[in-house]
Design a protein. Structure first.
Length: 522
């Protein structure tokens, strides 16, 4: 994380994140009385004592217990995540204000103290750092390991959560917000991550749920484990609440470092660019044969992405959820880009409710933070059926359409094979202000597939008519002659074309009509 101004403001619901600063020399020593023994103690000595207590958190026994569960302490996480000697802590001496229930003897706020539960003072610290993040334009990373609101503080803790939620909303689209769930998060603790841009989890040790298994059992009589209810597998593959899961704390933190480098610092900054050793004029010969001749045969769109982007590095987002759509970050000639693509290996790449929402949220993030979009299209349409219709595919599909139409960042589309019907319109077509649209020779841009079309147009004469329909419509030429496709290109030249176009589009300036905000079909 060495790019210029690569600062980040970090908050943690495990809030003992203090690295011991060097004490400044003092020219005059003040003495105070020890509350326990009455002996005079210098102010520097008392400060040092407070720092030592803060560094120890809930004590060595609780730290050892944290390690036995396969988890790092808050401080260990910070040391692994950030550049050496780069973390400067604020508000080290802030303490909670409740002296009930024996809490007066234990003032630190990490998972080794009160399960990382949130106090009013803790919320005040988080809000302060988030306000500063907006002011200076720095991303916010939250390392979450919390039991939720601190029951002993009652409504003050609940008010603290509401204050944090407000900051999450005000930060949205201004600075990137990332949540890394590193332990159990329940109740109010789950909603702040849900409001951030990306939520990552740690397998087997992190959980997200509104209420735990005991409450679920008492209310619905369901027997469910923590893992089944809110574990990493549940939220990355079933609910879509989390974007990726990692093997352990170390794996998660190292991946977070990698991920952070794809992001700009704020909405005032361009997408980051790093030195590239992968030639921008590199041909990719294997792409000329990657798409099968049989239009119903599957291939892996991820392979295409890997072969085109810099160094074959692709940080996929939500790889286990709505797998018929791939989204993630890569670089082209050193420049960060957002990648979307239909995945023919899963449901033939059809758009459905979950893939539409997944794609829409990703497009809106990239647009908010000046990240160009590259879309690979092989889509036979929207997934049919009563389950999709009853679930609101019309409304949810419109979210993806809305996101592409609203986006003003550079948008480049490559149609690799099918681009049928309304799904063609949705996937960043020229009509939704796409900047450059390419088609491969294998592309088919049409209202629908040949078989379905001829059954409607040529009833009883389908055999004779299908080849004629393919010749006339199921190819890239009808779109190209109308200017809806800018060029029909050899697949092997795709990387070269994209890199050149991104250079041209780097100075793109486009805006939407003034409005308080749009009304996306939620």
């Amino acid at each position: 994380m060495s790019r210029p101004r690569a600062c980040v403001l970090l908050l943690s619901v495990m809030a003992a994140l203090r690295l011991l600063p060097r004490l400044l020399p003092v020219s005059r020593t003040r003495l105070v009385r020890s509350h326990s023994a009455g002996a005079p103690v210098s102010v520097p000595a008392r400060i040092a004592e407070k720092r030592r207590a803060a560094l120890l958190g809930g004590g060595q026994a609780r730290i050892d217990s944290q390690h036995k569960r396969g988890k790092l302490t808050a401080r260990e996480r910070i040391l692994l995540l950030l550049d050496p000697d780069s973390f400067v802590e604020y508000d080290m001496f802030v303490e909670h204000r409740c002296a009930d229930f024996g809490m007066e003897s234990d003032q630190n706020k990490d998972f080794t103290v009160f399960g990382g539960s949130l106090s009013g003072a803790h919320a005040q610290k988080i809000c302060k750092i988030m306000d500063q993040a907006v002011m200076v334009g720095a991303p916010v990373i939250g390392l979450n390991d919390s039991g939720g609101a601190r029951i002993q503080e009652g409504v003050e803790s609940l008010a603290g959560y509401a204050d944090i939620f407000l900051r999450n909303v005000l930060c949205s689209g201004v600075v990137p917000q990332i949540s890394l769930i590193m332990g159990p998060c329940a109740g109010g603790a789950v909603y702040s991550p849900a409001l951030t841009d990306f939520t990552f989890m740690v397998k087997d040790t992190s959980y997200l749920f509104i209420t735990g298994p005991d409450v679920v059992k008492s209310v619905t009589n369901e027997d469910v484990t923590q893992e089944q209810l809110g574990g990493a597998k549940t939220h990355t593959a079933v609910s879509g609440v989390a974007h990726r899961a990692f093997e352990n704390d170390i794996d998660a933190l190292l991946n977070l470092r990698e991920f952070f480098n794809y992001l700009p610092l704020s909405n005032r900054d361009p997408a980051p660019v790093r030195k590239c050793h992968d030639p921008s004029n590199r041909l990719v010969p294997e792409l000329d044969t990657v798409v099968p001749m049989e239009s119903t045969k599957a291939y892996d769109m991820v392979d295409i992405v890997h072969s085109i982007v810099d160094e074959r590095e692709f940080f996929e987002i939500m790889p286990s959820y709505a797998r018929n759509m791939i989204v993630g970050f890569a670089r082209m000639n050193g420049r960060t880009v957002g990648i979307l693509g239909n995945q023919p290996k899963v449901a033939s790449g059809c758009l459905d409710i979950n893939s539409s929402v997944k794609g829409a949220r990703f497009v809106r993030f990239c647009d908010a933070f000046n990240i160009p979009l590259i879309t690979f299209v092989d889509v036979p349409g929207f997934l049919p059926g009563t389950a999709q219709e009853y679930g609101g595919i019309i409304r949810h599909g419109a979210k993806l359409l809305f996101a592409f139409a609203e986006a003003t960042v550079p948008k480049i589309t490559i149609i690799t094979r099918k681009a049928y019907g309304g799904a063609y319109d949705v996937m960043s077509s020229k009509h939704l202000r796409g900047d450059v649209n390419y088609a491969w020779p294998t592309a088919e841009v049409a209202v629908m597939g040949a078989k379905g079309a001829v059954q409607i147009i040529f009833r009883g004469k389908e055999t004779d008519a299908e080849a004629e329909y393919v010749n006339k419509f199921a190819n890239p030429f009808p779109a190209a002659v109308r200017g809806f496709v800018d060029d029909i290109i050899e697949p092997s030249t795709t990387r070269i074309r994209i890199c050149r176009d991104l250079e041209v589009l780097a100075s793109k300036m486009q805006s939407n009509p003034w409005k308080k905000h749009a009304n996306i079909p939620l």
